[in-house]
Ligand binder design. Structure first.
Ligand code: NAI
Ligand code: MG
Length: 367
């Protein structure tokens, strides 16, 4: 059977950018014999309008069975006054939680034509293509005990617990090594083993997974503070970086700024391997539903298209097709095509969402 893809366009610009991904999927099935079983369903405000909940049980069940889920964005002013329990964002949180997506993937890649967009010098970022794997479901954001209490001396004490178990570390390490094998085969693990016991365990367990299961992948270790410095000084030295929830939060946001616009940033969240060996996976652009530009043809579809490219490589083992798609994006940017978010203040001579999608499909045909 063909691999299955569940598409959840969501709200605001979600359906607009997803329409462009549909064109790309159609091109691959027409020209490359790459066919997917594509299903579409509702999430977020769109699901609330129809079902009174931001994610129906039936949709959740379909997501659990799909080989990959591709989501647009959820939310918008129309839903701001809803009860917390049925807010659009809850639909996305439920997907992440019930699919147990413990590895968050944030690539930082720099397209040559946009190298001047970066806050860093062109030669530092041009051609950059790294992947940060952040542990997402444990660590200091979840550890117990936690809370604010009286310290019995007239002051208060705030407590959070940075806690990781062997299995939590091993499973995210495995995700990182698997990804590395589909890329440049290098992993750098970051922690603070100089001052934290959980950091010592992190380093030892990542090393164990490497030695036992992935000896073919190159593994290095770096202290996270020094890693932060290296990330802005010489980011191209890295391929895959694997790190915990807290350090990953900071490092992935910093890495995003290496490359520029929110309209260009894809992401993925992975869980445990399913029976067929593929990881549970949710792919989505980093941006939200952008109500300020929704319905105006101004949204940049590239973040969502690159999220689909990640699905091709990491869920479907279609690395060549993923490279072809990234090449098509690079080509239209090199031709000078820009949605308004890539043009700064004036936005003159901008192309529409749909024109950008059409150009990328045309470039696929030429590539
Ligand atoms: P946002 O990411 O939707 O927009 C921030 C700014 O970036 C806006 O000026 C927007 O026009 C621009 N922008 C975003 N994506 C763009 C694209 N593809 N092309 C061109 N410009 C783009 O974040 P904001 O405004 O904070 O949130 C809006 C709504 O989206 C809220 O309801 C929020 O809860 C929701 N949201 C949903 C997320 C998701 O579905 N994963 C993530 C972030 C926010
Ligand atoms: Mg953050």
């Amino acid at each position: 059977p063909n691999p299955s893809l569940l598409i959840l366009p969501g709200d605001g610009i979600g359906p607009e950018v997803m329409a462009e991904v549909r064109k790309v999927i159609a091109w691959f099935s027409d020209h490359r014999d790459v066919a997917f079983e594509v299903a579409e369903d509702l999430v977020g405000g769109a699901a609330y309008d129809k079902h009174g909940t931001p994610l129906a049980d039936a949709t959740m069940a379909r997501a659990q069975k799909a080989d990959a889920v591709l989501l647009g964005a959820v939310g918008g002013p129309k839903y701001d006054k809803l009860d917390f329990a049925v807010k659009p964002e809850r639909g996305l949180l439920r997907l992440r939680k019930e699919m147990d997506l413990f590895a968050n993937l944030r690539p930082a890649q720099c397209f040559e034509a946009l190298a001047d967009f970066s806050s860093l010098k062109r030669d530092i970022v041009s051609g950059l293509d790294i992947m940060i794997v952040r542990e997402l479901t444990s660590g200091v954001y979840f550890g117990e005990p936690r809370g604010i209490a009286d310290d019995n001396e007239g002051g208060r004490v705030g407590t959070n617990t940075h806690r990781y178990t062997t299995e939590e570390i091993r499973r995210v390490a495995r995700s990182a090594f698997e990804l590395a094998r589909k890329r440049d085969n290098r992993v750098c693990s970051m922690e603070k083993s100089n001052v934290m016991e959980a950091g010592i365990l992190w380093r030892e367990e990542v090393q164990w997974v490497h030695d036992e299961e992935y000896p073919d992948v190159e593994l290095t270790h770096m202290l996270a503070d020094s890693g932060a410095m290296q990330l802005v000084r010489r980011p191209k030295q890295f391929d895959v970086i694997v790190t915990d929830n807290l350090f990953g939060d900071l490092l992935s946001d910093a890495a995003a700024m290496l490359t520029g616009s929110l309209g260009m940033l894809p992401s993925a969240s992975l869980g445990a391997p399913m029976e067929n060996g593929r990881p549970k996976a949710l792919y989505e652009p980093v941006h939200g539903s952008a109500p300020d530009i929704a319905g105006q043809g101004k949204a940049n579809p590239i973040a969502c298209i690159l999220s689909f490219a990640m699905a091709l490589r990491y869920s479907f083992d279609l690395g060549d097709e993923a490279t072809l798609l990234k090449g098509a994006v690079e080509a239209v940017l090199a031709q000078g095509l820009r949605t308004p978010d890539l043009l700064g203040e004036e936005g003159r001579d901008a192309v529409t969402t749909s024109e950008m999608g059409d150009a990328i499909v045309a470039a696929l045909g030429a590539g």
